[in-house]
Design a protein around this ligand. Structure first.
Ligand code: FRU
Length: 471
Protein backbone atom coordinates (compact mmCIF):
# COMPACT_ATOMS: atom_id res chain seq x y z
CA UNK A 1 0.00 0.00 0.00
CA UNK A 2 1.21 3.55 -0.70
CA UNK A 3 2.18 5.55 2.35
CA UNK A 4 -0.47 8.27 2.01
CA UNK A 5 -3.17 5.66 1.47
CA UNK A 6 -1.93 3.78 4.53
CA UNK A 7 -1.85 6.92 6.66
CA UNK A 8 -5.39 7.83 5.59
CA UNK A 9 -6.62 4.43 6.64
CA UNK A 10 -4.84 4.76 9.99
CA UNK A 11 -6.50 8.12 10.58
CA UNK A 12 -9.88 6.58 9.85
CA UNK A 13 -9.13 3.58 12.06
CA UNK A 14 -8.17 5.89 14.95
CA UNK A 15 -11.11 8.25 14.44
CA UNK A 16 -13.55 5.39 14.37
CA UNK A 17 -11.99 3.20 17.04
CA UNK A 18 -10.08 5.07 19.69
CA UNK A 19 -12.99 6.01 21.97
CA UNK A 20 -14.39 2.51 21.81
CA UNK A 21 -11.02 1.00 22.72
CA UNK A 22 -10.48 3.49 25.56
CA UNK A 23 -13.93 2.76 27.01
CA UNK A 24 -13.33 -1.00 27.23
CA UNK A 25 -13.42 -2.04 30.92
CA UNK A 26 -10.54 -4.44 30.14
CA UNK A 27 -8.33 -1.64 28.84
CA UNK A 28 -5.16 -1.38 30.99
CA UNK A 29 -4.85 1.61 33.33
CA UNK A 30 -1.08 1.82 33.31
CA UNK A 31 0.29 -0.80 30.88
CA UNK A 32 1.03 0.05 27.27
CA UNK A 33 -1.49 -1.10 24.67
CA UNK A 34 -2.09 0.06 21.10
CA UNK A 35 -4.66 2.88 20.76
CA UNK A 36 -6.48 0.66 18.26
CA UNK A 37 -5.61 -2.61 16.54
CA UNK A 38 -3.09 -5.30 17.37
CA UNK A 39 0.09 -4.83 19.38
CA UNK A 40 2.69 -7.56 19.60
CA UNK A 41 6.45 -7.54 20.18
CA UNK A 42 8.29 -4.68 21.88
CA UNK A 43 10.86 -3.33 19.39
CA UNK A 44 13.71 -0.82 19.43
CA UNK A 45 13.82 -0.38 23.21
CA UNK A 46 16.55 2.16 23.97
CA UNK A 47 17.38 5.20 26.07
CA UNK A 48 18.54 7.86 23.63
CA UNK A 49 19.24 11.55 24.31
CA UNK A 50 17.63 11.35 27.75
CA UNK A 51 14.39 9.63 26.70
CA UNK A 52 13.31 6.03 26.70
CA UNK A 53 12.02 4.98 23.28
CA UNK A 54 9.83 1.96 22.88
CA UNK A 55 8.52 0.81 19.52
CA UNK A 56 6.01 -1.96 19.06
CA UNK A 57 4.73 -4.27 16.37
CA UNK A 58 1.45 -2.69 15.36
CA UNK A 59 -1.39 -3.47 13.01
CA UNK A 60 -3.20 -0.12 13.17
CA UNK A 61 -5.99 -1.34 10.88
CA UNK A 62 -7.29 -4.34 12.80
CA UNK A 63 -6.63 -7.12 15.29
CA UNK A 64 -5.22 -9.66 12.82
CA UNK A 65 -1.51 -10.29 12.29
CA UNK A 66 -1.30 -8.14 9.12
CA UNK A 67 -0.10 -4.69 8.04
CA UNK A 68 2.71 -4.78 10.60
CA UNK A 69 4.49 -1.51 11.15
CA UNK A 70 6.19 0.03 14.16
CA UNK A 71 4.32 2.27 16.60
CA UNK A 72 6.50 4.54 18.74
CA UNK A 73 6.20 5.97 22.25
CA UNK A 74 8.72 7.81 24.43
CA UNK A 75 9.06 8.55 28.13
CA UNK A 76 11.48 9.92 30.69
CA UNK A 77 10.29 7.68 33.55
CA UNK A 78 9.05 4.42 31.94
CA UNK A 79 5.53 5.26 33.25
CA UNK A 80 4.26 8.36 31.45
CA UNK A 81 4.52 7.72 27.73
CA UNK A 82 3.82 10.00 24.83
CA UNK A 83 2.86 8.99 21.31
CA UNK A 84 5.36 9.76 18.56
CA UNK A 85 4.79 9.67 14.81
CA UNK A 86 4.40 6.16 13.40
CA UNK A 87 7.97 4.95 12.85
CA UNK A 88 7.60 2.35 10.09
CA UNK A 89 4.85 1.22 7.73
CA UNK A 90 5.26 -1.60 5.21
CA UNK A 91 5.17 0.42 2.00
CA UNK A 92 8.19 -0.90 0.07
CA UNK A 93 8.55 -4.13 -1.95
CA UNK A 94 11.31 -5.41 0.39
CA UNK A 95 8.87 -5.27 3.36
CA UNK A 96 5.63 -6.00 1.52
CA UNK A 97 4.34 -8.31 4.27
CA UNK A 98 5.43 -6.37 7.27
CA UNK A 99 8.11 -4.30 8.97
CA UNK A 100 8.83 -7.06 11.45
CA UNK A 101 10.63 -6.90 14.78
CA UNK A 102 14.05 -5.40 15.40
CA UNK A 103 16.05 -3.04 17.54
CA UNK A 104 17.35 0.53 17.82
CA UNK A 105 20.87 1.92 18.25
CA UNK A 106 22.53 5.33 18.30
CA UNK A 107 24.66 5.22 15.13
CA UNK A 108 28.23 6.59 14.76
CA UNK A 109 26.82 10.12 14.39
CA UNK A 110 24.47 9.70 17.34
CA UNK A 111 21.35 9.31 15.17
CA UNK A 112 18.66 7.01 16.42
CA UNK A 113 18.67 4.16 13.89
CA UNK A 114 16.28 1.25 13.54
CA UNK A 115 17.22 -2.14 12.21
CA UNK A 116 14.28 -4.36 11.40
CA UNK A 117 13.14 -7.24 9.24
CA UNK A 118 11.41 -6.60 5.94
CA UNK A 119 9.17 -9.63 5.54
CA UNK A 120 8.12 -10.70 2.04
CA UNK A 121 5.65 -13.48 1.29
CA UNK A 122 5.06 -15.02 -2.16
CA UNK A 123 1.81 -16.41 -3.57
CA UNK A 124 3.19 -20.00 -3.42
CA UNK A 125 3.46 -19.72 0.38
CA UNK A 126 7.22 -19.21 0.47
CA UNK A 127 8.85 -16.12 1.91
CA UNK A 128 12.08 -14.18 2.21
CA UNK A 129 13.41 -11.63 4.66
CA UNK A 130 15.65 -8.58 4.46
CA UNK A 131 17.29 -6.87 7.39
CA UNK A 132 16.72 -3.15 6.83
CA UNK A 133 17.77 0.22 8.24
CA UNK A 134 15.85 3.42 8.96
CA UNK A 135 17.32 6.57 10.49
CA UNK A 136 15.66 9.33 12.52
CA UNK A 137 14.70 12.13 10.12
CA UNK A 138 14.93 14.92 12.70
CA UNK A 139 11.15 15.47 12.63
CA UNK A 140 10.06 12.56 14.77
CA UNK A 141 9.85 10.13 11.87
CA UNK A 142 12.29 7.69 10.27
CA UNK A 143 13.78 7.68 6.77
CA UNK A 144 14.20 4.21 5.31
CA UNK A 145 17.67 3.31 4.07
CA UNK A 146 16.62 -0.06 2.65
CA UNK A 147 17.95 -3.62 3.07
CA UNK A 148 21.48 -4.24 4.30
CA UNK A 149 21.36 -8.02 4.58
CA UNK A 150 19.72 -10.86 2.68
CA UNK A 151 19.16 -14.49 3.68
CA UNK A 152 22.27 -16.52 4.49
CA UNK A 153 22.83 -19.77 2.60
CA UNK A 154 21.29 -22.89 4.14
CA UNK A 155 18.46 -20.99 5.83
CA UNK A 156 14.74 -20.71 5.13
CA UNK A 157 12.92 -17.40 4.68
CA UNK A 158 12.45 -17.31 8.46
CA UNK A 159 15.46 -15.20 9.43
CA UNK A 160 14.39 -12.17 11.43
CA UNK A 161 14.31 -9.96 14.51
CA UNK A 162 17.78 -8.32 14.46
CA UNK A 163 19.10 -7.20 17.84
CA UNK A 164 22.13 -4.96 17.32
CA UNK A 165 24.68 -3.48 19.72
CA UNK A 166 28.19 -2.01 19.64
CA UNK A 167 30.82 -3.75 21.74
CA UNK A 168 33.24 -0.80 21.74
CA UNK A 169 35.07 -2.08 18.64
CA UNK A 170 32.43 -3.22 16.19
CA UNK A 171 28.74 -3.72 15.60
CA UNK A 172 27.27 -7.09 16.48
CA UNK A 173 23.88 -8.52 15.59
CA UNK A 174 21.93 -11.61 16.56
CA UNK A 175 19.15 -12.91 14.33
CA UNK A 176 16.50 -15.54 14.90
CA UNK A 177 16.59 -18.27 12.24
CA UNK A 178 15.16 -21.50 10.88
CA UNK A 179 17.50 -23.71 8.84
CA UNK A 180 16.37 -25.42 5.64
CA UNK A 181 16.06 -28.62 7.67
CA UNK A 182 13.91 -26.94 10.33
CA UNK A 183 16.27 -26.30 13.17
CA UNK A 184 15.88 -23.14 15.23
CA UNK A 185 19.08 -21.12 15.66
CA UNK A 186 20.49 -17.78 16.69
CA UNK A 187 22.91 -16.34 14.12
CA UNK A 188 25.69 -13.91 14.97
CA UNK A 189 26.87 -11.23 12.54
CA UNK A 190 29.64 -8.66 12.77
CA UNK A 191 29.79 -5.27 11.07
CA UNK A 192 32.26 -2.40 10.62
CA UNK A 193 29.23 -0.25 9.91
CA UNK A 194 25.50 -0.78 10.27
CA UNK A 195 25.30 -1.37 6.51
CA UNK A 196 27.98 -4.00 6.11
CA UNK A 197 27.54 -7.36 7.86
CA UNK A 198 29.53 -10.61 7.93
CA UNK A 199 28.11 -13.87 9.20
CA UNK A 200 30.10 -15.30 12.10
CA UNK A 201 27.83 -18.35 12.49
CA UNK A 202 25.17 -19.87 14.73
CA UNK A 203 25.87 -19.32 18.43
CA UNK A 204 23.00 -21.35 19.88
CA UNK A 205 20.05 -23.42 18.78
CA UNK A 206 18.50 -26.81 18.35
CA UNK A 207 21.14 -29.54 18.60
CA UNK A 208 23.78 -27.06 19.81
CA UNK A 209 25.43 -26.46 23.17
CA UNK A 210 24.00 -29.65 24.67
CA UNK A 211 20.36 -28.70 24.07
CA UNK A 212 19.32 -31.69 21.93
CA UNK A 213 16.29 -31.23 19.68
CA UNK A 214 15.10 -27.77 20.59
CA UNK A 215 12.59 -26.41 18.14
CA UNK A 216 12.31 -25.54 14.45
CA UNK A 217 12.58 -21.75 14.82
CA UNK A 218 14.04 -19.35 17.38
CA UNK A 219 12.49 -15.89 17.34
CA UNK A 220 13.51 -12.58 18.89
CA UNK A 221 17.02 -13.27 20.24
CA UNK A 222 18.72 -10.80 22.57
CA UNK A 223 22.33 -11.25 23.73
CA UNK A 224 23.83 -8.98 26.39
CA UNK A 225 26.12 -8.89 29.39
CA UNK A 226 24.62 -8.92 32.88
CA UNK A 227 27.19 -8.71 35.66
CA UNK A 228 30.13 -10.87 34.68
CA UNK A 229 28.13 -13.24 32.47
CA UNK A 230 26.22 -13.04 29.23
CA UNK A 231 22.59 -13.88 28.74
CA UNK A 232 20.85 -15.00 25.61
CA UNK A 233 17.09 -14.58 25.68
CA UNK A 234 15.16 -16.12 22.81
CA UNK A 235 11.83 -17.66 21.85
CA UNK A 236 12.07 -21.21 20.51
CA UNK A 237 9.09 -22.64 18.66
CA UNK A 238 8.35 -26.36 18.36
CA UNK A 239 9.16 -27.67 21.85
CA UNK A 240 6.79 -30.23 23.34
CA UNK A 241 5.70 -29.90 26.99
CA UNK A 242 7.78 -31.84 29.54
CA UNK A 243 5.99 -32.19 32.89
CA UNK A 244 5.37 -28.67 34.21
CA UNK A 245 7.73 -27.11 31.65
CA UNK A 246 7.11 -25.67 28.19
CA UNK A 247 3.34 -25.66 28.57
CA UNK A 248 2.69 -22.75 26.21
CA UNK A 249 2.45 -23.08 22.45
CA UNK A 250 5.77 -21.23 22.08
CA UNK A 251 8.51 -20.74 24.65
CA UNK A 252 10.51 -17.80 25.88
CA UNK A 253 13.62 -18.41 27.91
CA UNK A 254 17.18 -17.59 28.89
CA UNK A 255 20.58 -19.23 28.59
CA UNK A 256 23.45 -17.94 30.73
CA UNK A 257 27.05 -18.28 29.61
CA UNK A 258 30.26 -16.74 28.33
CA UNK A 259 30.45 -14.84 25.08
CA UNK A 260 33.89 -14.02 23.63
CA UNK A 261 32.69 -12.07 20.60
CA UNK A 262 32.48 -15.22 18.47
CA UNK A 263 31.27 -18.15 20.55
CA UNK A 264 28.67 -18.39 23.28
CA UNK A 265 29.23 -21.24 25.72
CA UNK A 266 26.08 -21.62 27.76
CA UNK A 267 24.18 -23.70 30.31
CA UNK A 268 20.60 -24.97 30.37
CA UNK A 269 17.50 -23.25 28.95
CA UNK A 270 15.14 -21.78 31.57
CA UNK A 271 11.73 -20.26 30.97
CA UNK A 272 11.71 -16.54 31.58
CA UNK A 273 8.08 -16.45 32.65
CA UNK A 274 6.00 -19.48 33.59
CA UNK A 275 2.55 -17.96 33.10
CA UNK A 276 0.14 -18.18 30.17
CA UNK A 277 1.13 -15.15 28.13
CA UNK A 278 4.65 -13.84 27.79
CA UNK A 279 6.69 -13.65 24.60
CA UNK A 280 9.23 -11.80 22.45
CA UNK A 281 10.81 -9.67 25.21
CA UNK A 282 13.47 -7.09 24.46
CA UNK A 283 16.04 -5.51 26.77
CA UNK A 284 18.19 -2.42 26.87
CA UNK A 285 20.77 -1.02 29.24
CA UNK A 286 19.86 2.44 30.52
CA UNK A 287 22.02 5.30 31.80
CA UNK A 288 21.59 4.00 35.38
CA UNK A 289 23.30 0.78 34.17
CA UNK A 290 20.12 -1.19 34.63
CA UNK A 291 19.18 -3.99 32.22
CA UNK A 292 15.53 -3.28 31.51
CA UNK A 293 13.03 -5.51 29.76
CA UNK A 294 9.60 -5.26 28.20
CA UNK A 295 7.77 -8.40 27.10
CA UNK A 296 4.61 -8.91 25.10
CA UNK A 297 1.75 -10.30 27.25
CA UNK A 298 0.55 -12.37 24.34
CA UNK A 299 1.47 -15.38 22.29
CA UNK A 300 1.16 -15.72 18.54
CA UNK A 301 -1.49 -18.06 17.16
CA UNK A 302 -3.11 -18.91 20.48
CA UNK A 303 -6.79 -18.25 19.76
CA UNK A 304 -6.01 -14.58 19.90
CA UNK A 305 -9.27 -13.58 18.23
CA UNK A 306 -11.22 -15.09 21.13
CA UNK A 307 -10.02 -12.34 23.47
CA UNK A 308 -13.00 -10.12 24.36
CA UNK A 309 -11.08 -6.91 23.64
CA UNK A 310 -11.29 -7.70 19.91
CA UNK A 311 -14.93 -6.55 20.06
CA UNK A 312 -13.56 -3.17 21.22
CA UNK A 313 -11.06 -3.02 18.35
CA UNK A 314 -7.81 -3.61 20.23
CA UNK A 315 -5.74 -6.66 21.19
CA UNK A 316 -2.84 -7.38 23.56
CA UNK A 317 -0.63 -5.31 25.84
CA UNK A 318 2.97 -5.02 27.01
CA UNK A 319 4.27 -6.35 30.31
CA UNK A 320 5.26 -3.86 32.96
CA UNK A 321 8.82 -2.58 32.59
CA UNK A 322 11.08 -5.02 34.45
CA UNK A 323 14.65 -4.96 35.66
CA UNK A 324 16.86 -8.03 35.35
CA UNK A 325 19.32 -9.06 38.06
CA UNK A 326 21.13 -12.13 39.35
CA UNK A 327 20.53 -14.01 42.57
CA UNK A 328 23.59 -16.24 42.53
CA UNK A 329 23.46 -17.91 39.13
CA UNK A 330 19.69 -17.50 38.74
CA UNK A 331 18.15 -14.79 36.57
CA UNK A 332 15.53 -12.71 38.42
CA UNK A 333 13.11 -9.97 37.40
CA UNK A 334 11.45 -7.18 39.34
CA UNK A 335 9.13 -4.36 38.32
CA UNK A 336 11.22 -1.19 37.81
CA UNK A 337 11.48 1.03 40.90
CA UNK A 338 9.65 3.87 39.08
CA UNK A 339 6.38 1.93 39.30
CA UNK A 340 6.17 2.57 43.03
CA UNK A 341 5.23 6.18 42.17
CA UNK A 342 1.78 4.94 41.11
CA UNK A 343 1.02 3.47 44.54
CA UNK A 344 -1.85 4.98 46.53
CA UNK A 345 -2.84 4.39 50.14
CA UNK A 346 -1.60 1.17 51.70
CA UNK A 347 -3.91 -1.40 53.32
CA UNK A 348 -2.40 -4.16 55.44
CA UNK A 349 -4.06 -7.44 56.33
CA UNK A 350 -2.69 -10.20 58.49
CA UNK A 351 -4.70 -13.28 59.41
CA UNK A 352 -6.49 -16.40 58.24
CA UNK A 353 -7.27 -16.47 54.49
CA UNK A 354 -11.03 -16.71 55.08
CA UNK A 355 -10.98 -13.38 56.91
CA UNK A 356 -9.39 -11.43 54.06
CA UNK A 357 -11.54 -8.37 53.21
CA UNK A 358 -12.59 -8.01 49.56
CA UNK A 359 -9.81 -5.80 48.18
CA UNK A 360 -10.17 -4.09 44.79
CA UNK A 361 -7.78 -5.48 42.18
CA UNK A 362 -8.82 -3.43 39.16
CA UNK A 363 -5.42 -1.74 39.34
CA UNK A 364 -3.34 -2.78 42.31
CA UNK A 365 0.01 -3.82 43.72
CA UNK A 366 -0.01 -6.71 46.20
CA UNK A 367 2.88 -7.90 48.34
CA UNK A 368 1.95 -11.21 49.88
CA UNK A 369 3.55 -13.54 52.42
CA UNK A 370 1.83 -16.93 52.72
CA UNK A 371 1.99 -19.81 55.22
CA UNK A 372 0.49 -23.29 54.99
CA UNK A 373 -1.66 -23.95 51.94
CA UNK A 374 -4.47 -22.02 50.32
CA UNK A 375 -5.62 -20.08 47.34
CA UNK A 376 -5.99 -16.47 46.33
CA UNK A 377 -8.83 -15.73 43.93
CA UNK A 378 -8.70 -12.95 41.38
CA UNK A 379 -12.20 -11.97 40.26
CA UNK A 380 -13.39 -15.63 40.23
CA UNK A 381 -11.54 -16.47 37.00
CA UNK A 382 -7.93 -16.78 38.18
CA UNK A 383 -6.49 -18.48 41.24
CA UNK A 384 -3.04 -18.55 42.72
CA UNK A 385 -2.78 -21.78 44.70
CA UNK A 386 0.01 -22.03 47.23
CA UNK A 387 1.32 -25.48 48.12
CA UNK A 388 4.52 -26.53 49.83
CA UNK A 389 7.27 -25.74 47.32
CA UNK A 390 4.99 -24.79 44.44
CA UNK A 391 2.72 -22.04 43.20
CA UNK A 392 0.01 -22.87 40.73
CA UNK A 393 -1.61 -20.23 38.54
CA UNK A 394 -5.06 -21.43 37.49
CA UNK A 395 -7.21 -19.67 34.97
CA UNK A 396 -10.69 -20.27 33.64
CA UNK A 397 -10.11 -20.22 29.90
CA UNK A 398 -12.22 -17.38 28.48
CA UNK A 399 -13.10 -19.38 25.40
CA UNK A 400 -13.71 -22.94 26.64
CA UNK A 401 -14.66 -22.14 30.25
CA UNK A 402 -12.26 -24.94 31.33
CA UNK A 403 -9.72 -24.39 34.10
CA UNK A 404 -6.10 -24.60 32.98
CA UNK A 405 -2.90 -24.17 34.94
CA UNK A 406 0.77 -23.22 34.92
CA UNK A 407 3.11 -23.51 37.87
CA UNK A 408 6.46 -22.49 39.29
CA UNK A 409 8.71 -23.67 42.09
CA UNK A 410 8.31 -21.58 45.23
CA UNK A 411 10.83 -21.25 48.04
CA UNK A 412 8.22 -19.77 50.38
CA UNK A 413 9.31 -16.15 49.90
CA UNK A 414 7.32 -13.00 49.16
CA UNK A 415 5.02 -12.80 46.14
CA UNK A 416 4.32 -9.55 44.36
CA UNK A 417 1.28 -9.40 42.11
CA UNK A 418 0.67 -6.48 39.77
CA UNK A 419 -2.96 -6.27 38.69
CA UNK A 420 -4.10 -4.07 35.84
CA UNK A 421 -7.64 -4.59 34.59
CA UNK A 422 -7.06 -7.65 32.35
CA UNK A 423 -3.53 -8.69 33.31
CA UNK A 424 -1.73 -10.17 36.29
CA UNK A 425 2.04 -10.35 36.69
CA UNK A 426 3.31 -12.40 39.65
CA UNK A 427 6.90 -12.13 40.86
CA UNK A 428 7.74 -15.02 43.15
CA UNK A 429 10.48 -15.26 45.79
CA UNK A 430 11.69 -11.71 45.12
CA UNK A 431 11.62 -12.25 41.34
CA UNK A 432 13.19 -15.72 40.96
CA UNK A 433 10.12 -16.75 39.01
CA UNK A 434 7.51 -14.77 37.18
CA UNK A 435 4.05 -15.87 36.08
CA UNK A 436 2.10 -13.55 33.80
CA UNK A 437 -1.35 -13.88 32.39
CA UNK A 438 -4.16 -12.02 30.72
CA UNK A 439 -7.61 -12.55 32.22
CA UNK A 440 -11.02 -11.03 31.71
CA UNK A 441 -12.87 -10.70 35.01
CA UNK A 442 -16.30 -9.11 35.47
CA UNK A 443 -16.58 -5.49 36.59
CA UNK A 444 -14.80 -4.37 39.79
CA UNK A 445 -13.01 -7.63 40.54
CA UNK A 446 -11.89 -8.27 44.11
CA UNK A 447 -9.31 -10.44 45.77
CA UNK A 448 -10.54 -13.39 47.82
CA UNK A 449 -8.76 -16.15 49.73
CA UNK A 450 -9.41 -19.63 51.02
CA UNK A 451 -7.56 -21.88 53.46
CA UNK A 452 -6.15 -25.10 52.13
CA UNK A 453 -5.52 -26.62 55.58
CA UNK A 454 -4.79 -25.85 59.21
CA UNK A 455 -2.48 -23.00 60.04
CA UNK A 456 -2.64 -21.23 56.72
CA UNK A 457 -2.08 -17.53 57.02
CA UNK A 458 -1.73 -14.45 54.86
CA UNK A 459 0.20 -11.23 55.39
CA UNK A 460 -0.76 -8.88 52.65
CA UNK A 461 -0.01 -5.28 51.69
CA UNK A 462 -2.30 -3.75 49.10
CA UNK A 463 -1.89 -0.48 47.21
CA UNK A 464 -4.22 0.81 44.48
CA UNK A 465 -2.20 1.88 41.42
CA UNK A 466 -2.99 5.20 39.74
CA UNK A 467 -4.02 5.38 36.12
CA UNK A 468 -1.23 6.40 33.80
CA UNK A 469 -2.18 6.58 30.13
CA UNK A 470 -0.25 7.29 26.98
CA UNK A 471 -0.81 10.94 25.97
C1 FRU B 1 7.25 -12.74 17.37
C2 FRU B 1 7.19 -12.46 15.87
C3 FRU B 1 8.56 -12.08 15.32
C4 FRU B 1 8.20 -11.24 14.12
C5 FRU B 1 6.99 -10.51 14.61
C6 FRU B 1 5.98 -10.18 13.56
O1 FRU B 1 6.04 -12.55 18.00
O2 FRU B 1 6.65 -13.55 15.18
O3 FRU B 1 9.38 -13.17 15.03
O4 FRU B 1 9.24 -10.38 13.76
O5 FRU B 1 6.39 -11.31 15.61
O6 FRU B 1 4.98 -9.36 14.06
Amino acid sequence: MKETQFLNQIVRSLLAGQLKAAADPHRPRWHLAAPVGLLNDPNGFIEHDGRYHLFYQWNPLGCEHRNKGWGHVTSTDLLHWQHEPVALLPTEPYESHGCYSGSAVSDEQGHLTLIYTGNVKYPDGSRTAYQCLARADGEGGFAKLGPVLELPEGYSGHVRDPKVWHDGRQWLMVLGARTLDDKGEVLLYRGETLADWQLVGPIAGSGRGGLGEFGYMWECPDLFPLGDRHLLISCPQGIAPVGEDYRNLYQCGWLAGDFDGTNFVHGAFHELDRGFEFYAPQTTQDSQERRLLFGWLGLPEENEMSQPTVAHGWLHQMSCPRELFWQGDWLCQRPVAELAALKGEQTRFEGAPDELPALAIDSAWLDVALCGEGRLGFGAVVELVWLPGRLVLRRKNWQSGEWEERSAPWLGGKITVLCDRSSLECFVDGGRQSLSTRYFPGENPVLSARCGGDGSKICLDHWPLATCLVQ
